[in-house]
Design a protein around this ligand. Structure first.
Ligand code: GLN
Length: 193
């Protein structure tokens, strides 16, 4: 199994560390030629969604990556990565826009712009998972085919729609590997079909 990590901007190296810890091979996607060889899953990291969105177009990565996701490539978007995948963003234009969710950027505002919590996310693990939020978005609403994985104080912060997994928080900034394991299982399931 080989996972590509979009490495245009933001916290991509931390995802590599999580995958390394699980013994899963990964590589960085910086330009079009990096996605010419086959791979099994894609991670879109946290960072600044406006910057990542612009670079996707500038580097001609937008179309091929959107096509891959639409054709079933398992993808995991964290924070800005969630925003990049959202079909609707409050008051803004969508980027890749493949996932049927409506997102509010910087939803937690300036006062609590970064915080952490521990919650059990039954779909992922029966042990509490540490949620680290950094200028995080939340999901305002989801379409019928989207499964909500985690809500915090009435706001959706993790969800899945078929091959797409998103979190408002940053599993890669914690030592807990359960979310990455969950994503790897999504890839394994797809490969075995
Ligand atoms: N606030 C950023 C954005 O809107 C996301 C922050 C993050 O990825 N940690 O893109």
């Amino acid at each position: 199994m080989k996972i590509g990590i979009l490495a245009l901007q933001g916290a991509f190296i931390e995802h590599k560390h999580s995958l390394d810890a699980l013994g899963v091979e990964s590589f960085e996607i910086r330009q079009k030629k990096d996605i010419e060889k086959p791979f099994d899953g894609l991670i879109i990291p946290g960072g600044e969604s406006t910057v990542i969105g612009k670079l996707l177009h500038k580097l001609d990565l937008y179309e091929p990556i959107k096509n891959m996701i639409e054709n079933g490539m398992p993808v995991f978007g964290t924070c800005a990565g969630l925003i990049i995948l959202a079909k609707n963003i409050e008051d803004e234009q969508a980027h890749i826009g493949t996932m049927d969710i409506t997102v509010r950027r910087n939803a937690y505002g300036k006062q609590i712009d970064s915080f952490s919590e521990e919650v059990v996310i039954p779909e992922v693990s029966d042990k509490p998972f540490p949620l680290v939020f950094i200028r995080a978005p939340w999901i305002d609403s989801v379409g019928d085919s989207v499964k909500v994985l985690c809500e915090l104080n009435g706001h959706i912060v993790a969800a899945r729609e078929n091959n797409m997994l998103v979190t408002s928080f940053h599993p890669e900034l914690t030592k807990n590997l359960d979310f990455h394991k969950y994503f790897i299982n999504m890839i394994k399931q797809k490969k075995s079909r």
